[in-house]
Ligand binder design. Sequence first.
Ligand code: ARG
Length: 296
Amino acid sequence: MKVNRKWIAALVIGAMVFGAGCSSSTEETSTESAAQTQEETTEEAAEEEVQEEVAENDTTSEEVAAENVTLEEGMLIMSTNATFPPYEYYDGDTIVGIDADVAAAIADKMGLTLQINDMEFDSALAAVQTGQADMVMAGVTVTPEREENMDFTNSYATGVQVVIVPEDSDITSIDDLQGKLIGVQQGTTGDIYCSDTPENGGYGEENVQKFSSGPLAVEALKNGQVDCVVIDNEPAKAYVEANPGLKILDTEFAVEDYAIGVAKGNDALLDALNNALEELESDGTLDKIIGEYIHE
Ligand code: ARG
């Protein structure tokens, strides 16, 4: 019941934010549209809550909306897998990176406190579907299959699947991958593409070894347990930099869009995130954050 009320409140506020955005006189419009909405819906308690909040609070409509769309009041819980520099990784005990910083900026815009929960990549995706996290930010590629199970914001970055090999490898292009043992991070698009059947452009499950993280796959490559690693380009650069004797092949496997994933149907949160992202994009914050971690 509580959840229901929160949801309805969020939707009502969503409508009000929209209404206010279309008008120059925000105070009046908010009151009007709230009054109208009250007549139209049955959950009166929810609307009272909304009106009170709008009347009493100094916060922006966006902040009010945000408070009502997350799992825990006042919090924005993000799931991730912090083995993926420069998007998310540990600096001492702290998770840093593009995703961590963008998430912090989003939470700030929404008036929420960010909490980052680190887990395996598969689990980070599942967490938004099972209601353990509000959003997953983990350099997550938008794919049609994932879109069946969760909703995605607009894209905030691009990734490219690349191939890491030892410097003296006889693999010189993706055409040489046939019959080789390919290391991937479990559940990633690199895993999905490579594990697919040859008819679908993959190399077959039997040629793919799955690791719980990119660094573990790279470790196996160094030890000669796999012949190459297929993974996203930016982490690949970081791994190669940290591990002399490896290189990235010049061929690109697939170009992908990264976005924030939320539970399917959580439109209020999705809208709030998209609004925040849009602001971060237009005020230059997004570029600034990316520029701090990626130096072309
Ligand atoms: N972009 C790839 C995918 O979505 C890999 C993401 C892995 N992310 C991570 N934080 N380990 O499947």
